[in-house]
Design a protein around this ligand. Structure first.
Ligand code: ADP
Length: 189
C-alpha cells in the first residue's frame, strides 16, 4: 500500500536535505514542491508563470494552484507507484492539509508520519545567507519566516492532535538529524 511521510519545518530547516537522504536510503519517492515550482518557472509553463511572482516576493503560491498540482501527482502515481512518498514543502497551510487528507483518503493512502524539523530563526538566517538562492536575500528570508509562522506553524498543532507529529531538533549536523529520523520512523520505513 502507498504511504506518505510529510516534512514540516521553516525555510532552511533542512527538509530538502533530509527528505533526499531518506528517499535514497529507503526508496521513497521524494516530491519537493519548491523544486517542482522552480522547474516550472524555468520552463515558463502556465504554472510557472502564475507562481513566479509569489515565489519572488517570499509569499506562498495560492492554495488552489498548489492543491491542483499535488492532486494530479497523486492521481498519476497512485496507479504507477508501489510506493512510499515523501512530501517536502506540502502542505504549508490548513486548506492544503485538508485537501491532502481528502486526496489520500480517496486513494486509500495512509499518512504515516509528519516529521517536524525544529530550527531556531538564527540558524535559519545563517544557513540561508550561505545558500544564496534567489529568494534567500535577507529581506525575503524574513518574509518567508513570517509566512511560515502565520500560515504553516498552525499545522504543528493539527498533526500533533492526530498523533502523527514527530519533532526533531534540526539545529544539529545533518547526519545526526538523519540518524534520529531513521530511528523515529524505522519501523515504518
Ligand atoms: P523553503 O522551504 O526554503 O522556503 P521551498 O523550495 O520549499 O523552500 O519553497 C520555495 C517557495 O516556493 C516558497 O517560498 C513558496 O513561494 C513556494 N512554495 C513551496 N511550497 C509551497 C506550498 N506548499 N504552497 C504554496 N507555495 C509553496
Amino acid at each position: 500500500m502507498l504511504n506518505v511521510i510529510i516534512f514540516l519545518g521553516s525555510p532552511g530547516s533542512g527538509k530538502g536535505t533530509q527528505a533526499a537522504k531518506l528517499s535514497n536510503a529507503f526508496n521513497y519517492k521524494h516530491i519537493s514542491i519548491g523544486d517542482m515550482l522552480r522547474n516550472n518557472v524555468e520552463r515558463k509553463t502556465e504554472l510557472g508563470l502564475k507562481a513566479s511572482g509569489f515565489i519572488d516576493s517570499g509569499a506562498l503560491v495560492p492554495d488552489d494552484l498548489i492543491i491542483q498540482v499535488v492532486g494530479k501527482f497523486f492521481e498519476d502515481s497512485a496507479s504507477s507507484s508501489d510506493g512510499k512518498i515523501i512530501l517536502d514543502g506540502f502542505p504549508r497551510t490548513e486548506p492544503q492539509a485538508l485537501a491532502l487528507e481528502k486526496i489520500i483518503n480517496n486513494l486509500g493512502i495512509a499518512l504515516t508520519s509528519v516529521i517536524y524539523l525544529n530550527v531556531t530563526d538564527d540558524e535559519v538566517i545563517s544557513r540561508l545567507s550561505e545558500r544564496g538562492r534567489e529568494d534567500d536575500s535577507p529581506e525575503l528570508v524574513l518574509n518567508r519566516l513570517n509566512v511560515y509562522r502565520n500560515q504553516t506553524e498552525p499545522l504543528l498543532k493539527y498533526y500533533s492532535q492526530k498523533n502523527l507529529l514527530k519533532e526533531i531538533d534540526g539545529n544539529r549536523f545533518p547526519d545526526l538529524v538523519f540518524a534520529e529520523i531513521t530511528e523515529l520512523i524505522g519501523v515504518e520505513a
